[in-house]
Design a protein around this ligand. Structure first.
Ligand SMILES: Cc1cc2nc3c(=O)[nH]c(=O)nc-3n(C[C@H](O)[C@H](O)[C@H](O)COP(=O)(O)O)c2cc1C
Length: 196
């Protein structure tokens, strides 16, 4: 049987810091229950901003061929995704937003005769995932979640757990507790995927 494949996406440019460590712990938990893990640092990929070209690149996902080409392939094949981003200006990092905007072509938006918007997904593989948000002083995750939830529709992902860190670089960040939580979340993610 093929191993469950979990993709970890790090939206912070700081390797080895809070976001990266939490994503890594989720992947560690997943690996310890037999999953295969792939970690991507968005900051290492060259991703051009969406140009809103409004063309339909079918059967390709986008006319650009850059760092997103690899991610599109992974979105179509992996079983689970863990996305971690720092809170930048109350929302998400620019690295994360670049990636999200480039997923606009993954669902085609049409209007029904009554004027309602209808989304047709191009990625059929349904996935489960975890969202990690790392903030210093910000408390309100809702603005970040607005983008994330919209992106989830496009890549066919259901978030089953959210992990929030506050006071990220301070002693009261609950770092050790959250790293344990992330590890267990990785195990639970794989269990949940297995259960279907
Ligand atoms: C450009 C920029 C904007 C930031 N904006 C916020 C913010 O709005 N709210 C907040 O709590 N922290 C903010 N921070 C702090 C980061 O969220 C915090 O340092 C976090 O730990 C970064 O994640 P990392 O440790 O994984 O790199 C900002 C940091 C940067 C560099």
């Amino acid at each position: 049987m093929q191993k469950i494949h979990i993709l970890g996406i790090v939206g912070s440019p700081r390797k080895g810091k809070n976001t990266d460590s939490l994503v890594q712990r989720v992947l560690d938990g997943a690996k310890d229950v037999g999953a295969k893990a792939t970690k991507i640092y968005l900051n290492d990929l060259s991703i051009k901003p969406c140009q809103a070209c409004n063309r339909h690149p079918f059967p390709k996902y986008c006319f650009y061929h850059d760092g997103m080409t690899k991610l599109y392939k992974l979105f179509a094949t992996v079983d689970g995704v863990v996305l971690g981003t720092p809170a930048y200006y109350e929302t998400i990092s620019s690295q994360t937003k670049l990636m999200i905007d480039r997923c606009n072509c993954l669902s085609q938006i049409t209007k029904t005769p009554s004027g309602k918007l209808h989304f047709t997904r191009r990625i059929q593989k349904s996935k489960k995932g975890i969202f990690i948000w790392v903030a210093d002083c910000s408390q309100n995750i809702k603005p970040a979640l607005l983008s994330i939830k919209f992106w989830c529709q496009d890549i066919n992902l259901k978030i089953i757990q959210i992990i929030k860190m506050h006071h990220s670089d301070r002693p009261d960040s609950n770092r050790e507790k959250l790293l344990k939580k992330a590890y267990h979340a990785g195990k639970l993610l794989v269990d949940s995927i297995k259960m279907g």
